[in-house]
Write a protein of this length. Structure first.
Length: 654
């Protein structure tokens, strides 16, 4: 088989790299194919890798599932020394190391989960130069034991990689003070290149990462935040449990995560689902370390289908076959929301993100940051989340715009779902409802702009809308704005309607948000509209409202059922199994059973053996020889050598 591998990987001028230990100095393309089994790089991977190999500090912002890990793993194999990877969670380290070892790469993690004898063996291997990557936590990095090990004679550190780098920013959704100590560690190895990686980072967070890591004139790469395979849906929270069950039933026997605001909600929902016979476990900080570890392990290894959790769960989890993520409660920021829905569909296959929205969620979130050190900052982040949840324009466009990226929607929200010829699907529930007719909004817009002027353009959308709706909260009465002529003149519309109009006017250029607190400011175009008293029509669905119903109504359109095309009706060659091909179905079924047994024998998650996309590609291509096996997505030299005979027997039905 090694001869087949050499022939498959060979191109003139390329260093042959059939053994990961022999990849020093090889071309990135060679390592990608021969070690990891991929034919081509994903967007920006090649550029990031080239930058790291040239010794330039690098910040890479790439979506979950976008291939961040390869951006340091491939350079680590090409460098002649050690790559130190700073990672926040033990489970993440274990997953990454298991996957690397499965591909024949010498990698270890050093953390508190190791027995002392195992720790010592790993440390000896590092000193002897037998390890290419070592994973450590930011807390572990600062220990004297770790410092002595990495300063040992003969240990050469080529690269320091910081995963989940947004944790170093107070503007990030998961700030961790221990990350601030990484810069002092970096200074001890001035010749090592620094690579910071994150799946979500606004401009402010990116600036914090560069500053707090003391990066030297870094190259910054920002990939598209668009996860095309994830269908975005928001439903009004009316029968929350029934809505959760409805979503789960659409994804029968598939893996999913349900996020709740509190531990109590997690436990209650878990028990209710378990009583109905669903395969489900809970996860939150109230469980013991052993319980959390056990529950996470069962989920990762497909021994339980559904995890109900607080935000404590999931950062960096590499499980690629999560098909749905449900937010039982609204997250506190779009960064948090984006990070959490990104745990769905890491393998690129169609997946579903459902948010259940209720205005009551806003009050719960505000209750916990009213006493925070920077409530203003928390409010800015929350307003971004509210705008997304209440929007009745394309959700993907709204989400990407928050991260500074423009998304062009064709009017129906349809987009290619991955491979050429695979058909088109709606990207979100709003777009699935179809084109929105133009509505005359001349009078409401005049009221809105007038109210902004009368409040002296000093407030954000939520405040201005409260004035229009006649709120008597302390802030409004304290400012005397209950005495304005525009106070209470907007009761004919709901709060959601007003938020929608604000977003539409921003898109049209009549308004813009200024400063740290997103103050609504009228543009020259907006003032011209008021002065000219022109008619204005916008594509909106106004639900209307009264004072009593304000804040409780959500557009009925947003409760549309999930309509992403089913895989059975829209097969994607090489990515999902063609249900009309009986032989492919047989092969896929046999491979899944073999994968489960093999994973149990090797004590690793099933996806470490092969991901679902690899199984689907085998079933579609039906390789008959070793060389054909090397053309399968995700099969490199080591896996072909190790698992090839068993896979080919299943294909041949022996």
């Amino acid at each position: 088989m090694l001869d087949d591998i050499r022939r498959s990987c060979y191109n003139p001028g390329m260093t042959i790299c059939t053994n990961p230990a022999a990849c020093v100095g090889a071309r990135p393309e060679t390592v990608l194919k021969s070690v990891f089994g991929y034919e081509s790089f994903r967007p920006l991977q090649k550029e990031i890798i080239t930058n790291v190999l040239s010794g330039k500090d690098t910040l890479a912002v790439m979506p979950t599932g976008g291939g961040k890990s390869l951006c340091y793993q491939i350079p680590a194999l090409i460098f002649d020394g050690l790559t130190v990877v700073v990672s926040p969670l033990i489970a993440l380290m274990q997953d990454q190391v298991s996957a690397l070892v499965s591909n024949g790469v010498d990698a270890v993690f050093l953390n508190s989960s190791l027995e002392w004898s195992d720790y010592c063996r790993a440390a000896d291997s590092i000193r002897a130069g037998g390890i290419k990557l070592v994973y450590v936590s930011p807390e572990g990095l600062a220990t004297q034991r770790m410092q002595e090990l990495l300063h040992s004679e003969g240990v050469k550190i080529n690269c320091i990689t910081i995963d989940e780098a947004h944790c170093i920013s107070e503007w990030g959704h998961d700030f961790r003070p221990d990350y601030l100590e990484i810069a002092s560690f970096r200074s001890q190895f001035p010749d090592a290149v620094c690579l910071a990686l994150t799946a979500t980072a606004t401009k402010q967070v990116r600036e914090d990462i560069v500053k707090n890591l003391s990066m030297k004139t870094p190259e910054i790469f920002v990939a598209s935040f668009n996860r095309e395979n994830i269908f975005l849906e928001v439903q009004p929270k009316r029968d929350a449990f029934g809505q959760v069950v409805g979503c789960i039933d659409k994804h029968k026997d598939e893996s999913g995560i349900i996020y709740c605001f509190s531990r109590k909600e997690v436990d209650t929902l878990t028990q209710s689902l378990a009583d109905m016979g669903y395969s489900v476990l809970n996860y939150h900080a109230g469980l013991t370390d052993a319980e959390r570890s056990e529950h996470q392990e069962k989920f990762i290894r497909d021994r339980v289908s559904i995890m109900v959790a607080t935000v404590a769960f999931g950062m960096g989890i590499d499980k690629p076959n999560v098909r749905f993520v449900i937010h039982y409660d609204m997250p506190k920021s779009l960064e948090q929301y984006y990070q959490e829905i990104g745990r769905a569909g890491r393998d690129g296959l169609p997946s579903h993100a459902l948010l259940l929205y209720s205005p009551a969620d806003i009050h719960k979130i505000r209750y916990f940051f009213d006493e925070s050190a920077d409530g203003g900052k928390a409010e800015v982040l929350l307003q971004g989340m509210i705008s997304y949840a209440t929007s009745r324009t394309c959700r993907r466009r709204a989400l990407l715009r928050y991260f500074g990226e423009e998304y062009i929607c064709d009017g129906s929200g349809a987009q290619q779902d991955g491979d050429a010829g695979s058909g088109r699907t709606a990207c979100c529930d709003v777009c699935a409802a179809g084109p929105i007719p133009l509505t005359d909004v001349t009078v409401p817009v005049q009221k809105l702009l007038s109210c902004i002027i009368r409040t002296q353009q000093r407030f954000g959308a939520a405040y201005v809308i409260d004035v229009l709706l006649g709120s008597r909260n302390k802030r409004i009465t304290g400012n005397g704005h209950n005495m304005l002529s525009t106070w209470g003149i907007g009761r004919e519309l709901s709060k959601n309607d007003w938020f929608e109009l604000v977003e539409q006017l921003i898109e049209r250029g009549y308004l813009y948000k200024a400063g740290e607190y997103n103050i609504l400011t009228i543009s020259a175009e907006g003032r011209d509209f008021l002065a000219a008293r022109r008619q204005l029509e916008l594509p909106v669905r106004l639900e209307g409202g009264t004072v009593e119903s304000v804040g409780t109504k959500v557009a009925a359109d947003s409760a549309l059922p999930f309509i992403l095309h089913k895989k059975e009706k829209l097969p994607v060659p090489g990515r999902t199994v063609d249900k009309s091909d009986d032989e492919a179905v047989r092969i896929a079924s046999g491979l899944k059973e073999w994968r489960r047994r093999t994973a149990d024998e090797e004590n690793v998650p099933p996806y470490v053996i092969f991901g679902d996309r690899t199984l689907a590609d085998i079933a579609a291509k039906k390789p008959a020889t070793n060389s054909e096996l090397l053309n399968i997505y995700g099969i490199g030299a080591t896996k072909a050598e190790k698992f090839g005979p068993a896979v080919l027997r299943i294909v041949r039905n022996e």
